[in-house]
Design a protein around this ligand. Structure first.
Ligand SMILES: Cc1cc2nc3c(=O)[nH]c(=O)nc-3n(C[C@H](O)[C@H](O)[C@H](O)COP(=O)(O)OP(=O)(O)OC[C@H]3O[C@@H](n4cnc5c(N)ncnc54)[C@H](O)[C@@H]3O)c2cc1C
Length: 423
């Protein structure tokens, strides 16, 4: 049986980021995961701090400056353990990791892009693929938003009307087109299908023909985030050249094409750095002896398979990712090592009365309690396993919806754990 330097459990953004960075530091690394996590659902943008205070209607312009206020209010948030200076380092490491390949993420810690969301709200985010960052609303001017009748859940008029009804410097117009062949007339096409079509020269040539007239007079033209999967850079360059305008993408409802591009790049980076990746395998349990994890076991078709390593990174997400489990009796537990979980035991207090509650959902705060080293701890803050590091949405208090800190937590806790492991 081969032994690894580090085994990472979970292939969401936190797990993949940790795995890539460890493999690039010459560690012998295995990443094992049931699935791909929230990457295929989220926008692909890395939110660090979008709203502070959380119920403010005004997006944060400079996340780094607002972090002190945020940390003063959210004593339970994982950024407390990452610390402000490591947040910056974590984001810089992420940029150099993903921009080594075909992606072009843009941004810095002291600035939020203000991007149009799929319903025309404002999404403040720190790092964004250039194609989305091109849609920054603070740049102002006249923008045209183009959609396709065949694409489900993307309504250009809804977006432009909502943008125009806010006090922004952009003036938005909308155009909904019939997608060219081979998409024409199909029902409920997904973003991934459309992105594959954009990868072909013929298809995007026909889109350009259709958009040219409507796009006259607009210096920026926005499309749903479907501008190519494998040929994204080429698609962007072609469209901008042929339309003579800056082209931008607007995130769609899932599946997320920018998230898929990010996943593909991280996967390739991991394999190129000699890391091993197993997707589709469930980790069922692990052994904790004398304050250290000694092994984990994964499900296989015949019998559980034992895997051993010096260090382990737990990146299984929260309730959403499967790292935290609940049942109808109100029990809440961590799914692999049965680590203690911070959770409300009264099930009637798990949810706020309204789905979109200004206070958020209490259940989103559930997670594993950690210390500054990101080791799991018990109620008296004693580390339970010194070679186990908890990253991303599994950490207690990682609730991301209100202040918009989701992938910021994933990326920065991953980099912190890597630092702990590699010294
Ligand atoms: C719809 C949606 C939109 C979002 N939009 C944004 C956004 O625009 N910007 C932003 O910053 N954040 C956004 N977020 C939040 C952000 O995506 C998440 O907070 C973050 O990606 C969590 O990453 P993670 O790696 O910690 O966990 P996850 O992505 O949940 O990954 C957990 C992984 O663990 C694996 N796993 C779980 N249990 C096991 C097991 N027993 N064995 C093996 N593997 C296991 C899962 O298969 C999965 O791969 C969004 C989230 C959602 C759901």
């Amino acid at each position: 049986m081969s032994r690894y330097d580090t085994v990472i459990i979970g292939a969401g953004l936190a797990g993949l980021t940790s795995a890539c960075q460890l493999a690039q530091a010459n560690q012998k690394v295995l990443l094992v995961s049931t699935g791909i996590g929230a990457l295929l659902l989220a926008s692909g943008c890395i939110d660090v701090l979008g709203f502070q205070p959380a119920d403010s209607q005004v997006p944060v312009e400079n996340p780094f400056r607002k972090l002190d206020d945020f940390l003063a209010e959210r004593s339970d948030h994982p950024y407390q353990f990452v610390r402000k200076e490591n947040i910056q380092t974590g984001l810089e490491s992420f940029l150099s990791l993903v921009n080594q390949d075909s992606l072009d993420y843009q941004g810095k810690t002291d600035h939020n892009w203000l991007l149009p969301s799929t319903i025309g709200a404002i999404h403040p985010t720190c790092l964004a693929p250039a194609s989305l960052a091109n849609g920054d609303l603070t740049q102002g001017g006249k923008i045209l938003i183009v959609g396709f009748k065949e694409l489900r859940d993307f309504y250009p008029t809804l977006i432009s009307d909502n943008l125009n009804s806010q006090d922004l410097s952009v003036e938005a117009a909308a155009a909904t087109l019939d997608a060219p062949a081979p998409i024409t007339g199909k029902m409920n096409v997904t973003p991934i299908e459309l992105a594959r079509a954009f990868d072909t020269v013929d298809f995007r040539g026909r889109v350009v023909d259709a958009v040219k007239k409507a796009g006259r007079g607009y210096s920026r033209i926005g499309f749903p985030a479907v501008l190519g999967l494998k040929q994204h850079a080429q698609v962007m360059a072609d469209l901008q050249k042929q339309l003579g305008a800056t082209v931008f993408e607007i995130s769609t409802l899932p599946p997320s094409v920018p998230g898929r591009r990010l996943y593909e790049v991280l996967k390739r980076t991991l394999v190129q750095a000699n890391g091993r990746l197993i997707i589709g395998s469930n980790v069922i349990d692990g052994a904790l002896e004398d304050g250290r994890i000694t092994q984990i076991r994964t499900e296989t078709v015949s019998r559980p398979k034992t895997i051993k390593a010096d260090n382990y990174v737990l990146a299984t997400g929260g309730i959403f990712g499967g790292g935290i489990q609940t049942d109808a009796d109100g029990q809440v537990w961590e799914s692999i090592f049965r680590l203690p979980v911070v959770a409300e035991i009264n099930r009637h207090k798990w949810f706020a009365k309204n789905f979109v509650s200004p206070q958020g959902q209490p259940v989103d705060h559930f997670g594993i309690k950690v210390n500054e080293q990101l080791n799991p701890v018990d109620d008296s803050n004693t580390p339970l396993a010194t070679n186990l590091y908890i990253v991303g949405a599994s950490i207690a208090g990682a609730e991301w919806t209100r202040s918009r800190t989701g992938d910021g937590v994933a990326v920065t806790t991953a980099t912190k754990a890597v630092k702990q492991i590699t010294g």
